[in-house]
Write a protein that binds this ligand. Sequence first.
Ligand code: BJW
Length: 255
Amino acid sequence: MHVVPQDLAGRLRRARHVAVLTGSGISAESGVPTFRDAQTGLWAKYRPEELATPEAFAREPKLVWQWYAWRREIVARAEPNAGHRAIVALAARVPRLTLITQNVDGLHQRAGSTDVIEFHGNLARSTCSREGIVTEPPDGDEVPPRCPRCGAYLRPDVVWFGEMIPPPAMTRAFDAAQSCDIFLSVGTSSLVYPAAALAEAAHAAGACVVEINPERTPHSHFAAHLLAGPAGEMLPALLAAVADAARTAISERDA
Ligand code: BJW
């Protein structure tokens, strides 16, 4: 059983707005490899940072499309885990919770989270590489498939290195980071910007930053609390501690 500091549980119980930023670590316990985890099988010889770029797609569209097709299959077989579900339950306990995810796997939505800010897109969707319009791939064997409107290649609707974060996601995420009382950074290496700047903005605005990760990150030094363990265990433990704090507060009020 993981011990959650009592002052953190009390603070979370009283919070008016909680912002949660998740990274690929939260889906690790669902069997989806983290972004920087060693790739397996056919993909072991490629570095993810080199495939997730517009330059790689321009050079080798078939290879990049096939990498995403492989990852789509892994995600389709995966199920949300206790960490995803704990965020759904936490949202029901606090007046306001903003969930921002860097993940492209859609597992938060499948767990029941609504209004998720998808900072880096979603690999289940495809867009036209020329016009940027979200489009269903047509039937056929061509890889990558072509846009039915203009004939350009379709690409996954994700944000690659060097590309802009969708402006509405950027605005909503930074607004939440700057207005929350508590910022939970869950399962992210905090290496990729501008997502990593969200915790920095929350800290600068006076929020209590909590990091949930088995490993330290470049943000650990300013986190008020480090819950060093897997998200699938730490988030349910945090939720249970908040429920305990709420029960204690009620019995003290009624005593
Ligand atoms: C567990 C766990 C368990 C394991 N429980 N935890 C400032 C400084 C330096 C560079 C830049 C900067 N600003 C911008 C840049 C450039 C670049 C960047 O950040 N580079 C860095 C690598 C240095 N950023 C960009 O290019 C961004 N665009 C941009 O800045 O545009 C500017 C612009 C302006 C105007 C015009 C044009 C452009 C875009 C970044 C897009 C990133 N996209 C990706 C790919 C998405 C599609 C895909 O998945 O293929 O997003 S990259 C990849 O990294 C992916 C992830 O969402 C993201 C974050 O990774 P994440 O989730 O943190 O995964 P890992 O693997 O790194 O870490 C997993 C963690 O989980 C670890 O810590 C484990 O310990 C932990 N863990 N098990 C809890 N059970």
